[in-house]
Ligand binder design. Structure first.
Ligand code: BES
Ligand code: ZN
Ligand code: ZN
Length: 502
């Protein structure tokens, strides 16, 4: 979809399909003065009389024969004083889906009556463009094409009669496009089945992106990982036929090469059977999404490739299947992690924390980090606690925790804090090693988080994000058709753009 910006002051409304936002309890001809000139017929349009302006309500108004403007899709934003960006995203997406149903190849969004809502025009444009792209996403890599698939909305124009707004709109729209590309990358990887999205596939994806966008990419192979002494990561990949890959991507634009990087660490379990502690077969197929932590980092880097963000960012992604096998780790096995600490593996299905603990240690040994943020579809317990729409944030650093929650809220990723207190380490104490990988079922999300905390050095600013619920369990909404959601990508982009708050 091509995005354009137009100053309608100079050109008038030369479009076939226009999307107009309407507010509940307000008259459209009054809030959009240009309508009198461009579409005077609208005030007599019978369908408009039924339009109440409630959020996501749409109505299509057809122009009289002979005018270039063929139709106006009016979409409700609800009450003006309750306006928020989530509402703008959902209403935009609903209108765009209506365009698609009407097979409108191009459509134009009137931005004029979005001023004075307390958000800059650039932000509105970013949200509109991003929501429009995401509303059209579906995963059809393995579907036989039908005639319907040949239709696409080719062009989206944002226009305003306010000349100053045009520049802002353009900047925002570019950010929105980059963000959508990132989210879509993560969705594609998460929806991809495990026989295609293997660790080798992910490593190749990283290398391709490195070439395309100029990232530094390193892939540590099985032998490298063994030599380094990542005994916990090894315990997980031992049972797998697919080769593990420890993928590192680095974005370091000129002048930032020696800065302290923000390091993101993502769980890349390409399929989680549970290992010898095997999962029940019902719903096991959902575990192709167990690489969505790593997937979110791929999405971030895709967006970085389409942005102009001057900050050093590193992504660390340990990737492997978790399989049962004659060579797989047994419950009760004890391994030595890269940090030197030993772990008794009570349950081989608690594998995410095993690959992450070595990746966290490696990241802190390798870099003088500004902050470390890990993302993982880590525990079913987190889904029980918060549901499928909300991720847990575990972080003792108040500024960082608030930044993640507040940033997420603006871009549509819902995070809520859960405790990281040392009392959650009690059940992990082992008689025969430094710790066990699981303890009590109760408080499972915090137990997992506190396990990871054992591998964080005193002076490292760190947050752990448990995205097991929203990464692929989110309910459908106008910008998400089901399956992998691309959760957290937009939050990571904002953190990369703005840096970590003091
Ligand atoms: N990948 C799962 C967690 C998960 C559950 C992700 C549901 C997405 C949706 C993880 O590896 C796992 O199996 N965790 C166990 C931990 C338990 C054995 C302590 C769980 O949550 O049951
Ligand atoms: Zn598991
Ligand atoms: Zn898992």
């Amino acid at each position: 979809m091509e995005i354009r910006y137009l100053d309608a002051h100079a050109t008038g409304w030369n479009f076939k399909t226009v999307i107009l936002f309407g507010f509940e309890g307000e008259s459209l001809p009054e809030t959009v003065p240009a309508l009198a000139e461009e579409a005077g017929w609208i005030k007599d349009s019978p369908a408009l009389k039924d339009f109440t302006g409630k959020a996501k309500e749409t109505v299509v108004l057809y122009a009289p024969a002979g005018s270039l403007l063929r139709r106006i899709i009016v979409v409700g934003l609800g009450k003006r004083d309750r306006f928020d960006l989530e509402g703008l995203r959902f209403s935009t997406a609903t209108a765009i889906q209506r365009c698609k149903a009407l097979k409108a190849e191009s459509c134009a969004v009137n931005m004029e009556n979005l001023s004075r809502l307390g958000e800059p025009m650039s932000v509105m444009a970013e949200e509109i463009v991003c929501a429009a792209s995401l509303s059209l996403y579906s995963y059809d890599e393995f579907k036989t094409r039908t005639e319907d698939d040949d239709f696409a909305i080719e062009e989206l124009t944002l226009f305003s009669a306010d000349e100053d707004a045009a520049r802002e709109i353009q900047a925002g729209a570019e950010r929105g496009q980059a963000a959508a590309k990132g989210v879509i990358k993560t969705r594609d990887l998460g929806n991809g089945p495990a026989n295609h999205v293997t660790p080798t596939f992910l490593a190749r994806t990283a290398q391709d992106m490195g070439k395309r966008y100029g990232f530094k990419v390193r892939v540590l192979e099985r032998k490298d990982v063994l030599k380094l002494g990542m005994g916990a990561f090894e315990a997980v990949f031992k049972g797998a036929q697919e080769d593990p890959k420890f993928i590192v991507m680095e974005h370091a634009p000129k002048g930032t090469e020696t800065d302290r990087p923000i390091v993101f660490v993502g769980k890349g379990i390409t399929f989680d059977t549970g290992g010898i502690s095997i999962k029940p077969s019902a719903k096991m197929h959902e575990m192709k999404c167990d690489m969505c932590g790593a997937g979110a980092i791929f999405g971030l880097f895709e967006a970085l490739g389409h942005s102009d963000i001057k900050r050093r960012i590193v992504g660390v992604m340990p990737c492997t299947d978790n399989m049962p096998d004659g060579n797989a780790t047994r419950p009760g096995d004890i391994v030595r992690t890269l940090s030197g600490k030993t772990v008794e593996i009570i349950n081989t299905d608690a594998e995410g924390r095993l690959i992450l603990c070595d990746a966290l240690t490696w990241a802190q040994q390798e870099y003088d980090t500004e902050a470390v943020i890990d993302l993982a579809t880590l525990t079913g317990a987190c889904v029980v606690a918060l549901g499928t729409e909300v991720a847990g944030v575990f972080c003792d650093d108040e500024a960082l925790r608030d930044q993640i929650r507040d940033t997420g809220k603006r871009v549509g990723d819902k995070f809520w804090p859960l405790p990281l207190w040392d009392l959650y380490f009690e059940p992990l104490k082992s008689d025969v090693s430094d710790m066990m990988n699981v303890g009590d079922r109760m408080g499972g999300a915090s137990n997992a988080a506190v396990f990871l905390k054992q591998f964080i050095e005193e002076n490292t600013r760190w947050a752990h994000l448990d995205i097991a619920g929203p990464a692929d369990g989110m309910k459908k909404n106008p910008i998400h058709m089901g399956g992998a959601s691309g959760f957290a990508v937009r939050t990571l982009i904002e953190i990369a753009r703005n840096g970590i708050e003091e």
